[in-house]
Design a binder for this molecule. Structure first.
Ligand SMILES: [Zn+2]
Length: 454
């Protein structure tokens, strides 16, 4: 396997000591970071096959997207013939659930390819994806896994189990995750990892929650579930169970350190105390929450309680730096507190805390010898003020866009160099996705979208 020296540039390690280093270099060998040290000492001690010059730029771990739906990509720009939804439940009923039903295996593959491509091109090297498609269940995770492997990114992938239509639908969704988890264990693929996903508490029974809890523990696979994203979830649990969403999930036995609750917008202090006590984690999706007009998750309160929070895109804007900026800004505006969350913590949410969500922080999320070598080199196209170890965090929050990411290394392999993807044909990938999207939009226009009633 190739060895690589990444030198010059400001290295934002994201390690426990929050080290930011200049005049240093990183050595990568056999897929892992091997050494980090002063450039002159490192170049004396190590001879590598390849050199990545990061001078004038920033070196940091690849971003971790804690929650996404790769197939969400296919809806970008779509103009659908539906009555305009006026709240989040209607957004699901009129847009997303008909989309889920129209998805094919080929759509899953094509959207995964282009989603992985956009992730790499904007600096994300690991993501947690959940796919939802009641008419494309058995075997679909293999198609998504192929796309992940082809593009050369790292992904946790799951089928989103739901009992929206029937109990059987829920069981089939869970079974696909079990099949895939067993297969991944056998094949021991380093870049594709299994995940269990339950859609949301208002579309699953306690029975299904308990069954997933048992299976996830048996197979040692993390679990994710949308949690009080919109008010409908909370209302459902109050009416049916007399409990708030997090209380119900606790009472169903789900909450544990291997559980990632996506969103947690409509949660109160008592629920946050329950989350903190259980060790469950939260995936925060600020841009998606804005898009769906659901409100703002109380992330500062989560952080004060020591809850681990990662940053996700929920299938909306794939550029991690846009999501970083949104997370930085939204809590200021809603709290009217300019110190709502400090910039470095936002960067941790996008890297090492994201890895922590899925129990991957021993291997990923920071540049440290021994960890798997996922790294990005950023050279801002426009840099109006000096770049130094003092200014780099400010630049990452306020200056950098995904397009400024020039080189990406995943698992010790250069997958993008000078903005050119080396693993996949960018034009072909986009053509494939555009074809899939056009077909999906056509089917959606032709179908009379069904409105599911809770
Ligand atoms: Zn989601």
């Amino acid at each position: 396997m190739t060895s690589i020296l990444v030198k010059d540039g400001i290295i934002v390690t994201m390690d426990r000591d929050r080290r930011i280093l200049s005049d240093h270099a990183v050595v990568i060998q056999d897929g892992r970071f091997r050494a980090i040290g002063k450039i002159d000492e490192i170049t004396k001690d190590w001879k590598t096959d390849d050199v990545v010059d990061a001078s004038g730029g920033i070196v940091m771990p690849g971003l971790v997207c804690s929650h996404t739906h790769l197939y969400g990509m296919l809806l970008r720009g779509a103009k659908l013939d539906v009555a305009p939804p006026s709240d989040f439940t209607q957004i699901l009923q009129r847009i997303w659930w008909p989309v889920d039903e129209s998805l094919t295996f080929d759509d899953a593959y094509a959207s995964a390819l282009v989603g992985c491509l956009e992730f790499l091109k904007t600096g994300t090297t690991t993501f947690a994806d959940t796919y939802s498609g009641p008419n494309s269940i058995e075997g679909v995770l293999d198609r998504i896994a192929s796309a992940v492997d082809e593009v050369g990114i790292r992904g946790l992938i799951a089928f989103e189990a739901t009992e929206r239509h029937s109990k059987e639908e829920g069981e089939r969704g869970v079974e696909e995750n079990v099949r895939f988890a067993r297969k991944m264990r056998q094949e021991q693929r380093s870049k594709v990892m299994p995940l269990f996903s339950l859609h949301a508490s208002f579309t699953v029974t306690n029975e299904l929650i308990k069954s997933v809890r048992r299976l996830a523990s048996d197979l040692a696979v993390p679990v994710t579930i949308h949690t009080s994203e919109g008010l409908g979830d909370l209302q459902h649990n109050m009416v049916r169970y007399g409990k708030r969403t997090v209380e119900r999930l606790r009472d169903a036995g789900l909450l544990a350190p291997d559980v990632v609750l996506a969103h947690c917008v409509h949660v109160n202090d008592a629920e946050l105390d329950i989350v903190a006590a259980s060790g469950a984690k939260v995936a925060h999706n600020p841009m998606s929450n804005m898009l769906n007009a659901v409100g703002v998750a109380p992330v500062p309160s989560m952080l004060r309680r020591g809850i681990t929070v990662g940053l996700g895109n929920d299938g909306y804007i794939f550029d991690g730096f846009e999501n970083i900026r949104a997370a930085y800004l939204v809590h200021r505006v809603v709290s009217r507190d300019p110190n709502a969350i400090d910039p470095y913590t936002i960067l941790e949410m996008a890297t090492v805390r994201g890895a922590q969500l899925y129990g991957l922080d021993r291997e990923l999320g920071s540049i440290e010898p021994g960890k798997q070598a996922d790294l990005i080199v950023i050279k801002p196209d426009i840099l109006p003020t000096p770049l130094s170890s003092d200014s780099v965090v400010g630049h990452l929050i306020n200056t950098v866009d995904g397009d400024d990411v020039k080189t990406v290394i995943v698992d010790g392999r250069v997958v993008m160099r000078d903005r050119k993807i080396l693993t996949a044909d960018e034009d072909e990938t986009q053509k494939k996705a555009q074809g899939a999207a056009a077909g999906l939009w056509e089917r959606l226009r032709a179908a009379k979208p069904q409105v599911d009633v809770l």
